[in-house]
Design a binder for this molecule. Structure first.
Ligand SMILES: [Zn+2]
Length: 401
């Protein structure tokens, strides 16, 4: 395995056991827990200037700029130069929320138009390091498309299980990338069940399911390093993350602790999870003070990425919110679609409905006076607006526009 200098292996987040990354591609063999990459942080000796030190790559954006805190070096990566997305000022949104600044991390500008590309790049790189020929997962749609693209890039066959309600764009592009796609009648839980049945029978399928592979949440760490560097290492007052499974939020939480512990910044910012109220298990568990979410019996939201009725590791997501002094907020689907349209109209920015959920959630938080008038709020994007053009347009049409 070709790894970075400080990468030391994998540690189980549940039982604490350590493993060699070359031996374990997925869950903890002892307890079935989630494995997490570990590093020798003392050996890292990073400074705020570290990431730009290579003169050829100085200013070169992308997640591998942060390879020192990733398991694999750029040279060994399956990459399409993902990451390096802009942090865009949204002055009208700031005015609307009554805060100093709102900055949108526009993750729609990734190779397949979603934040999931960051995790897919690192996880497919791990699959390549393990010599995988086939990768498999279940997906609500967007991350399935991302993995299909990276598998194609890495010369692997992908096997993706999507629910029938996954978007046409996702299904079409999984096909276009040459992926083997199973459209499962029902919703994401049905797709996961179908995936797990097949995965159990196939030892040649390398699992890229979220929180089964140790590397998808790890890849999502990079968005936080990037936004801090873009803010010239000034901590924002809040980071709002659209949250379905919570892979992004768990990655950002790890990065926030790393950046504090490495001395790059002094503290961690409050992290907020934004969900749709049609499927808000994290918000409900947070409000009720529970450590784990209870499954949502009848999930129903137009935000496919956020329709995760039973997040695999809600405990890690809830821990991220409580540990950072953040919170969880749900917005109504109609408000989310209106927000997507408003951002497009007034800021020019195209946001997927999941991205718009972060903005709609931030608006709800502003109504509760969560933010101060000078605060800098970062909204993490989930995906590009054209992923959900039909949904957002249909909302305008329903309003006679
Ligand atoms: Zn374990």
């Amino acid at each position: 395995m070709e790894t970075t200098d400080a990468f030391t292996g994998l540690e189980c987040l549940d039982c604490g056991a350590s493993f060699d990354a070359a031996d374990e591609p997925g869950r903890c063999p002892d307890c079935g827990g989630v494995l997490d990459p570990t590093y020798d942080y003392d050996a890292l000796d990073l400074t705020r200037n570290s990431f730009a030190r290579d003169p050829i790559r100085a200013g070169r954006a992308g997640i591998w700029r942060y390879e020192a805190v990733l398991p694999f070096p750029r040279e060994a990566a399956v990459t399409m130069d993902e990451g390096g997305t802009p942090l865009v000022e949204a002055p009208r949104l700031a005015e609307e929320l009554g805060v100093g600044r709102v900055l949108v991390k526009d993750e729609g500008r990734n190779p397949t138009g979603v934040a999931a590309d960051r995790g897919a790049a690192v996880a497919v790189s791990a699959a390549a390091q393990h010599g995988a020929t086939d990768v498999a997962m279940a997906s609500p749609g967007n991350d399935g498309q991302a993995v299909a693209a990276y598998a194609a890039r890495g010369g692997m066959d992908s096997h993706t299980f999507v629910p029938s309600r996954a978007s046409f764009v996702n299904k079409a592009m999984i096909n276009v990338h040459g992926g083997d796609m199973y459209v499962v009648e029902g919703r994401i839980d049905d797709a996961i069940e179908a995936y797990e049945d097949v995965q159990a029978e196939r030892d040649d399928y390398y699992a890229l399911q979220r929180f089964v592979t140790p590397y998808r949440h790890e890849g999502r760490k990079t968005v936080y390093y990037e936004l801090l560097e873009q803010l010239e290492w000034e901590l924002p007052d809040a980071v709002v993350c659209p949250t379905g499974e919570g892979v992004g939020l768990v990655g950002v939480h790890k990065a926030a602790r790393e950046c504090r512990d490495l001395g790059l910044v002094d503290d961690v910012p409050p992290l907020y999870a934004a969900q749709s109220d049609g499927c808000a298990p994290i918000v409900e568990a947070f409000d009720e003070g529970r450590d784990e979410a209870e499954p949502v019996e009848y999930p129903d939201t137009i935000c496919g990425d956020l329709e995760i009725p039973e997040p695999a590791r809600s405990d890690l997501v809830l821990d991220a919110l409580r540990d950072t002094g953040g919170g969880a907020v749900a917005a109504d689907d109609q408000d989310i679609m209106d927000t997507a349209a408003t951002i497009a109209l007034h800021e020019g920015l195209e946001a997927s409905v999941a991205s718009a959920a972060a903005a709609a959630g931030a608006w709800e938080l502003s109504q509760d006076e969560t933010f101060g008038e000078d605060d800098t709020i970062v909204l993490l994007g989930a995906g590009a607006g054209n992923k959900d053009a039909d949904t957002i347009r249909s909302r305008l049409m329903a309003k006679g526009m």
